[in-house]
Design a protein around this ligand. Sequence first.
Ligand code: PCG
Length: 147
Amino acid sequence: MERTFLMVKPDGVQRGLIGEITARFEKKGFKLAGAKLMNISEELAKEHYGEHKERPFFGELVEFITSGPVFAMVWEGKDVIATARFMMGKTNPAEAAPGTIRGDYAVQVSNNIIHGSDSPESAVREIGLFFKEEELVAYDKSVAAWI
Ligand code: PCG
């Protein structure tokens, strides 16, 4: 079963959107495998966003993601990586469709509420950066056959 890394960013935590966001993935039918509220160190931020290090906004990105707690999660399910990205909406909230998380709750690209892995390789890398294997919980849900 596929896994992805999702993270409510500091703006989403401050705006009280953790419950709203996790509810969307729960109701969709995905399974939560791990979650924690945490502060991101500058070192972890730079590693996580390593692919953007040459971008002009890299400094702002690191400053923003370390500016307050984030809610880090691992979700499981069929095609969860692509489906979660679809549910999040386009990176720039101005282009994100209504009904998506960014389309409903965000205005600017720097404060776009949520991060989600963009590929199976990123998911493995990001889950490994944020979670120890023992922090992830394996369990069955009795409704699985109905999803
Ligand atoms: P995310 O977390 O999916 O991955 C990289 C992030 O860079 C992206 O979401 C955006 O929040 C952020 N980003 C993209 N373009 C810009 C920009 O022009 N300025 C700033 N500050 N952030 C950006």
